[in-house]
Design a binder for this molecule. Structure first.
Ligand SMILES: [Zn+2]
Ligand SMILES: [Zn+2]
Length: 267
């Protein structure tokens, strides 16, 4: 059975966000390694039974382990993932994708690949020797200011070189770097509009039992709001294994049953 639909998702104030954008949350959070204490981590042992790829049978690797009790994460996300208190972002290093739903802090359910799945065949992965368990490191979530969000989102759509000089200067200052190409722009983030390239088309829920899997409204109408939202991006610069091959991982989320898909982008 699909999970109960969190009522808060259909609040009047959230409807424009869900109808007109691919944002899972209005406000993006930047995710970066930290030397300090944190309740969020990258890497570490995989605590979920069932974290095995249904295609190649390899164990999934835990990349991010986010604490859903963080007040920076909106209530409707917390409610949607309930009873989980943590949100794990997994990947199969062989197929460089994953489709699953977390059902508790100890278990997840992987979905078989479907015709929307973009995965690498045996022998194609650039990560055959990647460790199944990454070193556990604390990571910090930090709110991205709206000015940076707006400029970065615009640059991601029209290209960095199309921005005028004041916008380029503001972007460089916000990121404390000198951006020279579009490839310099993306960063790891949760929520908001992840800066992916190349951008893909619409994505559909991988859960065969979810009404959104068939792209139909539970009562029969076709509804775009039921397409998956773009929830998180792990940028290659922030993950040493991804950095070897300049990979980005984009995590989609279904707003009905909160199942996820991970897809790779290579730049
Ligand atoms: Zn696999
Ligand atoms: Zn779904």
């Amino acid at each position: 059975m699909p999970r109960k639909i969190p009522k808060s998702l259909f609040d009047a104030k959230l409807l424009p966000l869900w109808r007109d954008s691919k944002r899972f949350t209005a406000h993006p959070l930047r995710v970066a390694p930290t030397g300090g204490k944190s309740k969020h981590f990258s890497g570490g042992p995989a605590p979920h039974a069932g974290s095995k790829c249904p295609e190649c049978k390899q164990k999934l690797t835990l990349l991010w382990d986010l604490d859903l009790t963080d007040p920076l994460i909106p209530d409707y996300a917390r409610e949607g993932f309930s009873p989980c208190t943590r949100l794990p972002l997994y990947i199969c290093w062989q197929c460089v994708t994953a489709s699953y739903a977390v059902t508790s802090d100890a278990r997840l359910k992987c979905f078989p690949f479907d015709h929307h799945s973009d995965y690498l065949e045996e022998g194609e992965t650039p990560f055959p020797d990647a460790p199944l368990e990454m070193p556990r490191r604390p990571i910090a979530l930090q709110r991205i200011p709206s000015t940076l969000d707006a400029l970065a989102s615009l640059a991601n759509v029209i290209g960095l070189n199309e921005l005028d000089k004041p916008a380029r200067v503001a972007l460089d200052q916000s990121l404390s770097t000198k951006l020279s190409t579009d490839w310099d722009l993306p960063f790891s983030q949760f929520g908001g509009q992840p800066l992916v390239s190349p951008r893909r088309g619409d994505m559909v829920c991988p859960n065969p039992k979810c009404p959104a899997n068939e792209l139909t409204h539970p009562y029969g109408e076709m509804q775009r709001p039921y397409l998956m939202k773009e929830m998180a991006l792990i940028q290659w610069r922030d993950e040493p294994i991804l950095a070897e091959h300049c990979f980005q991982l984009l995590y989609f989320i279904c707003g009905i049953c909160f199942s996820m898909r991970a897809e790779y982008r290579c730049s």
